[in-house]
Design a protein around this ligand. Structure first.
Ligand code: 5AD
Ligand code: SF4
Length: 443
């Protein structure tokens, strides 16, 4: 490699998006320049996701497109969850790949790059046996106002459908000191909005003698001068404690939004999924939020068609949606994944039936969202401005509850509001967003 240019494409969740920011920083520090197309890059990196089969197939489609580029000086790297899951099999499926590395090996990225540059054809980083987290001072952040901070990597749960414990390895928490240092530096650099990341942030446990739990860390990050919004993702109901809600109630910088994936409304299915909670236990957590002083938005993930899910189980999920009235949700058809316990389960639900069920879920949720969003008409919400939609002549804003609220402001005279916090009166509501008018001056 002479030019040392790279192109990276990222699939999957926010953990992956943030891993890519760290990988980009590491590559730039190693002398590489990022380019905008795979065609013009010497090194092509795919940061992959294997949560569902569809996500996994994407990387193989991409690699297929470049089969003929092999041997013409282009080097391909597959990193992330598909890399960890498939390991050396990737070299068989796509012989033009030279580097396969899972996220637990990213601390070794500089060494692996040196091997690639020396012409090695098969470089791997596949060990999950690590105590380390991938902390780098070189993170290239995509957004100048909002920043991700990893607080815990890996997952120690064993949900019957999920690849993550196999692709991201065991839980490793960062010390509270290093998280606080990163958050303070971000605030000093002008970031006002931070998102704490982990596969299960609720099981965060400070490995240093301070021994902070998640609720303490969350509160402390929210008290750093300059930080105006703190979000966190993702949570596991089993480890979600009341102290988290108390922290939100007591600290206005903590966003009034909790994403609490339920997966199913049937305790029978939850038990088969090895989720470690019943519907009633989940509902207790929902009650904490509904009884909080702040108006906390609640969102979730739903899987339909898990093996053995009967019509009655499915109805229990629909009933749960009605009971909780989520502000938003992500719905998924169950997708069988390698290594997982559910793979061997009987009573598969047909593809056709999964499609029917997901459509019913989405239809029901759409009606709930229209209802909930229209309740906000006439209220004033503070938004963080994320950008501008020139075609509509609107600013794009996000509320603390994580709703998109697009708005017009007559007095903004070409001044950019991006990154600012602005009060907006809600005038219209749709199922997925709100529209409003800016009021008063910029805060
Ligand atoms: N099939 C379908 N959905 C899945 N999820 C995780 N694994 C699977 C799978 N095998 C969903 C869960 C999780 C979200 C990130 O993806 O709902 O919360
Ligand atoms: Fe995809 Fe899960 Fe890996 Fe994120 S952790 S990239 S969602 S498989």
């Amino acid at each position: 490699m002479t030019d040392k240019t790279f192109y990276i494409e990222t699939f999957g969740c926010q953990m992956n998006a943030h891993d890519s920011e760290k990988v980009i920083g590491t590559l730039v520090h190693s002398g590489y320049t990022q380019v905008e197309s795979a065609e013009s890059a010497e090194l092509v990196v795919y940061n992959t996701c294997s949560i569902r089969d569809k996500a996994e197939q994407k990387v193989f489609h991409r690699l297929d497109q470049f089969k003929r580029a092999a041997g013409k000086g282009k080097v391909f790297a597959v990193i992330g969850c598909v890399a960890q899951q498939e390991g050396e099999r990737i070299f068989e499926k796509a012989p033009h790949v030279s580097l396969v590395a899972g996220s637990a090996s990213y601390t070794k990225l500089p060494e692996m790059l040196v091997q690639l540059e020396a012409g090695a054809r098969r470089v791997t980083g596949l060990s999950l046996d690590t105590e380390e987290t991938f902390d780098t001072p070189f993170t290239r952040r995509d957004n100048p106002h909002r920043a991700y901070i990893t607080i815990i990597e890996g997952c120690d749960k064993s949900c019957a459908y999920c690849v993550v414990p196999f692709t991201r390895g065991p839980e490793r928490s960062r010390t509270s000191e290093s998280v606080m240092r990163e958050a303070t530096e971000l605030a000093q650099a002008g970031y006002t909005d931070v998102q704490l990341l982990g596969q299960n942030v609720n099981s965060y446990r400070d490995p240093s003698p301070a021994g902070w739990d998640f609720a303490t860390l969350l509160d402390r990050v929210g008290r750093i001068p300059g930080i105006r919004r703190v979000r966190f993702t993702t949570s596991h109901p089993r480890d979600f404690v009341k102290e988290i809600i108390d922290a939100i109630d007591d600290n206005p910088a903590l966003c009034n939004h909790v994403h609490l994936p339920v997966q199913s409304g049937s305790s029978r299915v939850l038990s088969r999924m090895q989720r470690l909670y019943t519907r009633d236990e989940y509902m207790r957590r929902i009650e904490w939020m509904k009884n909080a002083r702040r108006n906390i938005a609640i969102t979730t993930d739903i899987i339909v068609g898990f093996p053995g899910e009967t019509e009655q189980d499915f109805q229990a999920t629909l009933d749960l949606l009605e009971q909780v009235e989520y502000d938003s949700l992500f719905s998924f058809k169950y997708s069988p994944r390698p290594n997982t316990a559910a793979l061997a389960m009987e009573d598969k639900v047909s593809e056709e039936e999964k499609t029917r069920r997901i459509m019913i879920v989405n239809e029901k949720q759409r009606a709930i969202q229209i209802r909930r969003n229209s309740e906000l008409i006439g209220t004033i919400e503070e938004v963080m401005v994320e950008g501008r939609n020139e075609a509509l002549g609107q600013w794009i804003g996000r509320t603390s509850q994580n709703r998109t609220l697009n708005f017009t402001r007559l007095d903004s005279d070409g001044e950019s509001l991006t990154g600012k916090y602005v009060p907006v009166r809600v005038t219209r509501a749709g199922p997925n967003s709100l529209v409003g008018e800016g009021v008063m001056s910029v805060v």
